[in-house]
Design a protein. Structure first.
Length: 171
């Protein structure tokens, strides 16, 4: 996948790379954000480095600023759908504390929908923030559960391809 610099206004550069395209500095900065947020802040005790980052299908998407990685998420691809027809899973959504509330997480999700929105998407949302994903058409399913000590709920978004097919089905 190509590295795309979508916009380069100060404090809002959105970048998208596969594992092999990441520089060591970029990788360091991404892992710093992920570990600062999930380890230090949220004290999640499950493994952060799960060997999915290196997979060829994994997309790393982030917003950089002068201080490093301000916001990040990744999209991984499962061999078989984990729920319904969804093989792509959004995860590790994290925004640096000093950049929260500016719409950075929203901008990252928007980009994922722009690139992969024709396909079904899945995520395991921390329950307190489901409204972020609901805004983009993700719907909760199943019961909430505790993952890494935090209450989560799975959310599914049908691909726009199947949505349009549904809309032209005869009544
Ligand atoms: C959750 C998180 C990613 C949100 O990032 P952000 O860039 O501040 O979010 P945005 O500014 O794009 O907010 C978009 C919407 O998400 C929802 N949202 C964001 N932060 C929220 C919070 N703390 N509580 C409830 N809803 C929240 C709101 O609906 C918000 O829309 P609004 O501002 O119009 O109310 C960030 O707070 C974070 O990194 N938290 C720690 C890690 C985490 O919980 N990750 C989510 C894993 S599912």
């Amino acid at each position: 996948m190509l590295s795309i610099k979508l916009c380069s206004v100060p404090n809002r550069s959105l970048l998208e790379k596969s594992w092999r395209e990441l520089t060591t500095d970029e990788l360091y900065s991404i892992l710093k954000l992920r570990t600062d947020v999930f380890f230090v802040e949220q004290r999640i005790d499950e493994e952060e480095l799960d060997n999915r980052d290196q997979e060829p299908g994994t997309m790393h998407l982030w917003i950089a600023d002068d201080a490093g990685t301000a916001a990040y998420l990744r999209v991984i691809v499962d061999d078989h759908p984990a729920h319904a027809d969804a093989r792509r899973l959004i995860g590790r959504v994290a925004v640096r504390k000093d950049r929260r509330g500016e719409g950075l997480a929203r901008a990252l999700i928007e980009r994922v929908i722009a690139v992969h929105g024709d396909e079904a998407l899945l995520l395991h949302a921390q329950e307190y923030v489901t409204s972020l994903y609901a805004e983009f058409g993700f719907e909760p399913f199943g019961n909430s559960y505790i993952e890494a000590g935090i209450s989560h709920i799975s959310m599914y978004r049908a691909g726009t391809a199947s949505r349009s097919a549904e809309s032209i089905l005869p009544l």
